[in-house]
Design a binder for this molecule. Structure first.
Ligand SMILES: [Zn+2]
Length: 297
């Protein structure tokens, strides 16, 4: 018999989690993996109705964006569709998604919930019986909107194709969260779509963060992500150096990124991977274009 992983006095396994502010800034906190994952040990998903917000062609030759809803009851299908459409409209208006808008399928998976809303909204202690168990105050952080990831993925898998997953919760409170392969956001909050756009930078574009935690120094090797480097001259993006970038200024090598203040460099001062109210920089745009277009033929 194996000893329990977290004996008294030993730290529980944690994982970094991004927390977003309406002003666009991002911070990172560690929360318990147990708290974040919560809920399901199985990844069962009831059969759900799948509809298209837009169907532009066969999934084999299209990028498939899958939106799953949580906290929408059987009588709130219209509201789910309205929230999902608003989020997609916002993503699709942002470069480089706007360039591929007509070549992307957007599927809506109607995971029906027994109760309307999400947990801990607006305050802790409010529990609702919903399909994906979305909840604010995840890990004690008010705006961190966690979701049962295995369940969200199991529902998303019912769509004809899956290249990205967005979970929308039935709430107007600002918040969201990112996971390696999906993002969660408030369905009814106009500002929260920016969170999804940042998270898609990670999950689709393979981009690193460009913000940092003050007082930290990077000591690892050259990161695989295209938008951070240990090289203070920025040779990784040599062909872009000195070019104007949509987030302002020119491409260079600015110290701080990948969540570290020192010892690592990012391509521009203030891109979307650093502040969610900004556009991608040229390096991010290029990575996103490559990733999206690679799934389209
Ligand atoms: Zn991030």
């Amino acid at each position: 018999m194996r000893p329990k992983a977290a004996a008294a006095g030993t730290a529980e396994p944690t994982e970094g989690q991004e927390v977003f502010s309406p002003d666009g800034t991002i911070t990172r906190v560690s929360i318990s993996k147990r708290v974040k994952r919560a809920a399901s040990t199985d990844a069962e998903a009831a059969a759900a109705e799948v509809t298209a917000l837009q169907n532009t062609g066969p999934s084999a030759s299209r990028f498939d964006m899958v939106i799953v809803g949580d906290g929408y009851t059987a009588s709130q299908t219209g509201l789910l569709r309205q929230h999902a459409q608003a989020k997609w409209n916002e993503i699709a208006a942002t470069a480089p998604w706007n360039k591929y808008r007509q070549l992307i399928n957007v599927w809506l998976v109607n995971a029906r919930s027994n109760e309307s809303g999400v947990d801990n909204d607006p305050s802790p202690g409010i529990n609702r019986d919903t399909a994906l168990d979305m909840r604010f105050f995840c890990g004690g952080l008010e705006r961190l909107l966690c979701v049962d990831e295995p369940k969200a993925k199991a529902y998303a898998a019912q769509a004809p194709g899956v290249d990205a997953i967005l979970a929308v919760g039935n709430t107007t409170k600002y918040g969201g969260a990112g996971a390696p392969s999906l993002a969660s956001v408030s369905g009814g909050n106009a500002q929260s779509g920016r969170i999804a756009i940042h998270e898609l930078g990670h999950s689709v574009g393979g981009l690193a963060d460009e913000y940092f935690t003050p007082g930290t120094t990077y000591r690892g090797g050259e990161p695989r992500e295209p938008n951070v480097t240990t090289d203070p001259r920025g040779a990784k993006w040599a062909s872009f150096l000195g070019l104007n970038t949509p987030d302002g200024g020119v491409i260079g090598a600015y110290e701080g990124g990948h969540q570290f203040e020192r010892g690592i460099y990012r391509p521009s001062q203030d891109s979307l991977m650093r502040n969610i109210n900004k556009p991608f920089n040229l390096i991010g745009l290029t990575a996103m274009e490559r990733a999206i277009s690679s799934r389209i033929s």
